[in-house]
Write a protein that binds this ligand. Structure first.
Ligand code: PEP
Ligand code: MG
Length: 575
């Protein structure tokens, strides 16, 4: 049966392919008691889940038949098999169901917690580390109990046209899927500026989020059309709709090809003002796209992605190599490395501390200052890499100028440590701050005195100004970049920085959205940093813009507090 689903398109383009369903990023385990006469049935349900996972392991084993990772992968599977078959897991969980009449999921998590507590007490570091494996196996069994689709290798008859359908994907999950070459991503959860959406955009494939029930309604192997521009999914389309979309797809491809001609054209407005078009990246692997789209540098390297999906922390050497690789590849063009913005929706793998308001908690620079050793390691790595190109340091989520003082002190300490070790670095490395908290925008003078440059993180600035969680799609309708308070704050920061001749860029999603290009140019922005695939689209817009024409109108828009009037003026500006 054909049907249509509506969500939020977070990465444009059209994909036509087949659904591949995956499990959710987080699991919610219900706790309830079962009647005495249902105990055997509940135990059977548990046994069935173990059997499902056993079958999944077998499918996994046979899906990987060669390659350098085979030995390691087999050892890993063997270990997980052993954990699965260990009586301390299944038998104990069965016992808990029989004795306390709790449901299978609850029994299993109780037994997992008991096992993990035993692991904690082990002296041997290697064995202690195995608790992660226990957690992973239990998660798989829970997924089987909760009815999530497990691992099954994508059906080979649709090879190369898989569309990943998930209930929710964390930014870390989506990074893991990066090498799998899906042609589109769909999720029930999510919002336009969540980090999951940002990573999906960096993959440059159509993505639609906030679909609510897609994961339940779409079946494995369903034929799908994903319209990432409109946020529409057509499930099992008929031949006519398919033909129509294939035509649209080739038109879009043609437009993309045409834009490629602009790759080496300088981004200059009609009146001759040069504009910097920089790229946002997550990992060194994104550089290919950066070059393909002719970016004039890296405006935002989200270094925290080096810390995700792993049990340990990246050491100084590993980080140094990553930063050096980017600096070397960019060949003298600026590379702005944001110090790790962990916390909120990007957590280290074993983070257990869940606070009520993570976006307002120990995130970004707050976390760095509370973990000075981890921060020191990163600062040393960045400083060392600074010899290989034009590296700059960017501090995320500043809210209080004291954080700038503390960070500068720690940078001086890292510099001193390198001096003591006889290691060279760029003594004059520039240090900038992200303006993404209204308090920083409103007390900007103090920040400007201490920093070499600013970068406005509009994704967070909107979230914090409007008190709207950027990852919560139930309040997505309130997440409004056009809100007069947001526009006023942005223009204040740009104008003040320009007045004091301190470089200022925007690295939030607004920089890559052509609805805002002229408005931002008109209020004095000359540095835009965005996901690489959008650079040529924005360049095209810049080449058609004339600052003397747009500046008065842009300022009028900033002063307008009536939404309707503002949208009318914006339409005029963009016409
Ligand atoms: C922002 O907040 O606008 C930004 C660029 O940082 P991130 O999206 O990584 O929070
Ligand atoms: Mg931010």
């Amino acid at each position: 049966m054909s049907f249509i689903l509506h969500g939020i398109g977070v990465s444009g383009g059209i994909a036509i392919g087949h659904a591949h369903l995956t499990a959710a990023a987080t699991l919610e385990v219900m706790h309830y008691l079962i009647p005495k006469n249902q105990i055997n049935k509940e135990i059977k349900r548990l046994d069935q889940a173990f059997a499902t996972v056993r079958a999944e392991f077998e499918a996994l084993q046979s899906s990987v038949t060669n390659g350098p990772a085979l030995a390691e992968f087999s050892a890993f599977l063997e270990l997980h098999h052993m954990i699965l078959d260990d009586p301390t897991l299944a038998e104990a969980a069965r016992g808990i169901i029989a004795q306390t009449q709790c449901n299978a999921e609850w029994a299993l998590t109780q037994q997992k917690d008991a096992l993990l507590a035993q692991f904690e007490a082990i002296d041997d570091a290697y064995l202690r580390e195995r608790k992660t494996d226990v957690e992973q196996v239990v998660k798989r069994i829970l997924k089987a109990l909760l009815g999530y689709p497990g691992y099954h290798p994508p059906p080979s008859k649709h090879l190369g046209d898989h569309i990943l359908v998930a209930h929710d994907l964390s930014p870390a999950d989506i990074m893991q899927y990066k090498p799998h070459q899906f042609i589109a991503f769909l999720t029930d959860m999510g919002s336009l500026t969540s980090h999951t959406a940002i990573v999906a955009r960096s993959l440059n494939i159509p993505s639609v989020v906030a679909l609510h029930h897609a994961h339940q309604l779409i079946l494995e192997g369903d034929s799908l059309i994903v319209d990432g521009n409109l946020g529409v999914i057509i499930v099992n389309p008929d031949k006519y709709v398919l033909d129509e979309y294939r035509l649209r797809q080739s038109q879009l491809e043609l437009e993309k090809q045409k834009l490629k001609r602009l790759k080496n054209v300088k981004a200059v407005t009609l009146d001759g003002t040069g504009i910097d078009l920089l790229a946002n990246i997550e990992l060194p692997g994104d550089l290919e796209q950066v070059k393909e789209n002719g970016a004039t540098g890296i405006g935002l390297f989200r270094s925290e992605f080096l810390f995700l999906n792993r049990d340990d922390l990246p050491g100084e050497e590993e980080q140094f190599e990553a930063y050096r690789a980017v600096a070397t590849e960019m060949n003298g063009k600026p590379v702005t490395i944001r110090t790790f913005d962990l916390g909120a929706d990007k957590n280290l793998k074993h983070t257990t501390q869940i606070t009520a308001n993570p976006a307002l908690g120990l995130r970004a620079i707050r976390l760095s200052l509370s973990e000075p050793q981890m921060f020191h390691t990163q600062l040393r790595a960045i400083l060392r890499a600074s010899l290989y190109g034009q590296i700059k340091i960017l501090i995320p989520m500043l809210s209080n100028v004291t954080e700038v003082f503390q960070t500068l002190l720690l940078i001086d300490r890292a510099k001193q440590a390198l001096h003591n070790d006889g290691i060279d670095f760029d003594e004059h490395i520039q240090i900038g701050g992200m303006i993404e908290v209204p308090a920083a925008a409103l007390s900007l003078e103090a920040f400007l005195q201490k920093l070499d440059f600013l970068s406005i993180g509009t994704n967070d600035l909107i979230q914090y100004t409007l008190a709207v969680d950027r990852v919560d799609d139930t309040v997505a309708y309130l997440y409004d970049p056009f809100h007069p308070a947001v526009l006023w704050l942005i223009s204040r920061v740009i104008q003040m920085a320009n007045r004091l001749k301190k470089p200022v860029s925007i690295c939030g999603e607004m920089a890559g959205d052509i609805q805002f290009t002229r408005l931002l140019l008109g209020i004095g922005l000359t540095q835009f940093s965005m996901y690489p695939a959008q650079i040529l689209v924005v360049k095209n817009e810049i080449l058609k813009s004339n600052l003397p024409d747009i500046t008065p109108l842009a300022h009028k828009i900033i002063r307008t507090i009536h939404p309707e009037k503002m949208h009318d003026l914006l339409a005029k500006l963009n016409s």
